[in-house]
Write a protein that binds this ligand. Sequence first.
Ligand SMILES: [Zn+2]
Length: 457
Amino acid sequence: MLDLAVIGARAVTPSGTKPADIGVRDGLIARVAAPGTLEDAARTIDARGTFLLPGALDPHTHLDAEMFGSRTADDFESGTVAAAAGGVTTIVDYAFQPEGGSLAEAVSRWDEKARGRAIIDYAFHVAILDPSAPAVAEIGRMVERGVTSFKIFMMRGFEERARDFLRAFAAAAEAGGLLTIHAEDQHLIGYCTERLLSSGRNGVAHFAASRPPLSEAAAVARALKMTELTGAVAYFVHLSSAAALHEIRRARAEGRKVLAETRPIYLYLSEEKFLEPGGERYVGYPPLRSRDDIEALWEAMADGTVDVVATDHCSWTSERKTADRFTRIPPGVSNLETLVPMLYSEGVAKGRITLERMVELVASNPARIFGLYPRKGAIIEGADADLVVFDPRAKVVIRAAEMHSRADYDPFEGSEVTGWPRVTISRGEIIVAERESRARPGRGKFLVRAPFSETRS
Ligand SMILES: [Zn+2]
């Protein structure tokens, strides 16, 4: 007897997209069976006319985070409900090393934020803000505990501590830790920002010019040399420009191992948004780019240059996004609920990427890269039963009022989307159906991750 059966869908599996009935027992995928061949189940979902997808894994979120003197709108409850409603069943959130504190403290603080609140499974990266000798010495211990990736911000205080960061890079390489790198060059940004502000160009209309694509490409190139020197592997978060992609391709042509992520706002919105009233609401680091950059990112997703699409979900109210100068606007937008449906609608339905490529970008690739495959990221017997019944014909107009984030605006407000999750299942439990959460806060579990190794990705 199965606990749950999902029948009649076309399932996207590692061996292809095909009609298959899925049997769930004890929270795991027990059977991937030919249609009509499953044993009895306590409960059956009729999924005819849909695609069955592995739950998405978003490896870039900021829930219950403090930045610019404020706390993000979403905590681990509202954020993971939004995620689940959009077909995301696992997140990897960034735990920030506290000022003067250790990496272990970062993890225990984030554990407190998530425990009792998250409705989906979660893991943490640790953002190394102070690469002191004791912090560098902790890197190996973090990897042993299953916290196997680290964040490096290149744009704040990085240059002053570059040698210490090199020691952190080497320690991560030795321990099997992956470096997730925010690549923007602090001096190029500083120079551009100073020039704008000193001539009174304070408004958001000038934000994009303060952090040009060259500052991203320069930082990518530099980080690639630093990782080459230390033997570390770099995973570049939220790449936004053709210039940065050029550096990725060049490194790969030289035989280097390098990983690249992009983010939905760079796929759907261009820098002209900053000229509109309320343009502050679209501010993220790096900024929105040109239409040519948008085209370059779509090409890079299709040809394999980009490995992962992740949200960088960092939610604010529209009031908090206003400021008298662009440097004071907290960066980030709410995005977890729209990650999968927007990518399906704009990417798959419009023929720019295949359905299978979409599943790689939002599920199997991040699961492999971040040490969770095959438990997460694939419809495969023995994996966690994290499944999304995705209705490719559903029509939804995005309205912030109908979304689950506590942000009061959505960056894609008014967009007409074709395709939306009908049911989201986590470890065999129906946690969202018809856009309503049915899950108990706190049911999500912390995931211990495997070290990074080149063979897995
Ligand atoms: Zn981020």
